[in-house]
Structure formats: structure tokens, C-alpha cells
Design a protein around this ligand. Sequence first.
Ligand code: 5GP
Ligand code: ZN
Length: 111
Amino acid sequence: MSENCIFCKIANGVIPSKKIYEDEDVIAFNDINPSARIHFLIVPKIHIESLAHCETQHQTLVGKMLLLAPKLAKEQGLAGFKTLINTGVDGGQEVFHIHIHVLGGGNLPKT
Ligand code: 5GP
Ligand code: ZN
């Protein structure tokens, strides 16, 4: 756990969230400020700063996160969805703990 990391705190239950999924590696919860009718985040429990900080050892974990997107989207009743990974300040990342955005159900942002 990285101190002062909001997603580490959520993953460890220190900060509450509207959790939709959890296993030993990953947690998924609703975005606090949704950009679509349904907007959740898939987050690894270990602290990795961004996609640009992933290494070969993280390949299985990142693959697992990605494959959870359609599974959880279906559980949320979505027929289709948009995925987004913001990387770095220049990529629009605001929380520096890697996460996949999953958005759907109407009011989708254009990109
Ligand atoms: P980024 O811009 O880093 O890709 O996205 C960060 C996302 O995390 C934003 O959509 C923001 O609304 C969400 N977020 C930030 N703080 C919290 C929080 O404390 N709880 C939840 N559930 N979402 C958060
Ligand atoms: Zn973290």
C-alpha cells in the first residue's frame, strides 16, 4: 500500500466505495463522479502508478483486469461499453494508481 494513494486506501477498505467486485488481486467500484450513467473503475490491489509503470511481471494482472471489463459490464446490464486508461498527467490521469474506466448505459463521453 502506498501512503496517500486514494485507490490503495479504497482497496484496503480505509476509504469506503460502492464496490461491485472484489477478489484477491482486483477491486472494482463505481466512480465517484460518473461520466456516464454507469461508470466504474477496475483497480489492482497492488500499487502500480500507471500503465507506463507496468512490467512483464504485471502481464497476468493487467490481462485479468481487462477481461473483467466485459464480465462486470454484463453484470451491470450493459450490452456495450467504453474502456479508458488515462496514463500520465499528459494523458489526463488524476489518480496515480492504474485503473481501467468502464463506461456505458447512455451519456457516454465522445472519446
Ligand atoms: P483518472 O483521471 O485518474 O483516469 O481518473 C480518476 C477517476 O477516479 C476519476 O473519474 C474520479 O472521479 C475518480 N475518483 C477520484 N477519487 C475517487 C474516490 O475517492 N472514490 C471514487 N469512487 N472515485 C474516485
Ligand atoms: Zn495506490
